[in-house]
Design a protein around this ligand. Structure first.
Ligand code: HPA
Ligand code: ZN
Length: 348
């Protein structure tokens, strides 16, 4: 007899629920143990005496206080093997958490600025994605993210450096994103590079409405023509904007534990995830930078279930949303949605 979804314990139910993860920075999956291992391998001296000392520095006050440590941590990534090991470690967590498809952001400017070649970054990450696909069947796409605290010209130079690799990685590198310090770096700063990327046929996402105001969400839609908003939770402050997001079913990739750790919300019980879901917004649950925020994607689901009293049906709806909001071809979406239905009905 299959276990009914209502008697199964919450963590097991969530881990077994087929899902996609759509908001994940690969550099944000760099755990302290791997930071120390790579620092040793690459003969880099760290300003922390131990993994515990490093972890205890993860007491963020806002987005910028996190980004400072996140960029410092990424400086141990030097070789193709480093990027491979980083990505493989994430994919193991994701597989364990029931992730069937991941759309992974990476920040090449963080690496090319240190003299690491674009080819090294791509080669290590993609080799790990392909090996994981062979081993587990998990699929993944890459979203090259531009750092919004850097200039438009830097973004164009980064695109130029990456485009020669496009043919080689066409099956995985399907889109572009925009991340880093939101306030003071509005979407309009990147309107021209988004126009160029759209002409090139890339799928478009951007962070907006995490710390920044609802107008950044509207401008990401109107000026950048994004198909999906990363975070977007502050859109709720503008009722007309929220109605628009719901009417168009524009996906929001929400990251509850990230919002908690960066003080976007002070208590998970105050998070608007459930409110947005219950109003019909196409919200998804994601981990953002799990090595820094205390939980991979399944923990984001379970913590929200507890704090916001999400039912099994609502958790299932969130998993369905993650597939619907993905950039997978319709046929693969249909297959995964059918698997979710079968799971929720207790048939598998
Ligand atoms: N916001 C902006 N930039 C980022 C984030 C985030 O949550 N994570 C990694 N880079
Ligand atoms: Zn993010």
């Amino acid at each position: 007899m299959p276990t009914s979804s209502h008697t199964q314990n919450l963590s097991d139910f969530v881990a077994g629920l087929p899902k996609a993860e759509l908001h994940l920075h690969i550099e944000g999956t760099l755990e302290p143990d791997l930071i120390f291992k790579l620092a040793q391998r690459n003969h880099i001296e760290l300003p922390y005496s131990s993994e515990e000392a490093l972890r205890s520095a993860y007491a963020f006050t806002d987005l910028q206080s996190f980004l400072d440590l996140y960029y410092a941590g990424a400086s141990v990534l030097i070789t193709e093997q480093d990027f491979y090991d980083l990505t493989t470690a994430y994919l193991k967590h994701a597989h364990y958490d029931g992730v069937r498809h991941a759309e992974i952001m990476f920040d090449p400017q963080t690496h090319t600025a240190r003299g690491i070649s674009m080819a090294t970054v791509f080669a290590g990450i993609v080799r790990a994605l392909r090996d994981a696909h062979k081993a587990t069947g998990m699929t993944s796409y890459l979203l090259l993210s531009f750092l919004r605290h850097l200039s438009e010209q830097d973004a164009f130079d980064t695109l130029e450096a990456a485009l020669p690799l496009r043919d080689q990685y066409r099956d995985v590198w399907i889109g572009i994103g925009l991340d880093s310090s939101e306030r003071g770096n509005p979407p309009e700063k990147f309107a021209r590079i988004y126009t160029r990327c759209k002409e090139l046929g890339f799928r478009l996402v951007a962070h907006a409405g995490e710390e920044g105001p609802p107008s950044y969400v509207r401008d990401a839609l109107d000026l950048l023509h994004v198909e999906r908003i990363d975070h977007g939770i502050r859109a709720e402050e503008d009722p007309a904007l929220l109605r628009r997001l719901i009417a168009h079913q524009t996906p929001l990739t929400v990251c509850p534990l990230s919002n908690l750790k960066l003080h976007v919300v002070e208590d998970l019980r105050q998070h608007n995830l459930a409110r947005l879901l219950r109003q019909g917004a196409l919200v998804t649950v994601n981990s953002d930078d799990p090595a820094y925020f205390g939980g991979y994607v399944a923990k984001n689901y379970t913590e929200c279930a507890r704090a916001l009293d999400l039912s099994r049906e609502e958790l299932t709806a969130l998993a369905r949303n993650s597939i619907t909001a993905s950039f997978l071809p319709e046929e693969q979406k249909r297959k995964l949605l059918d698997e979710i239905s079968a799971y929720a009905e207790g048939l598998i």
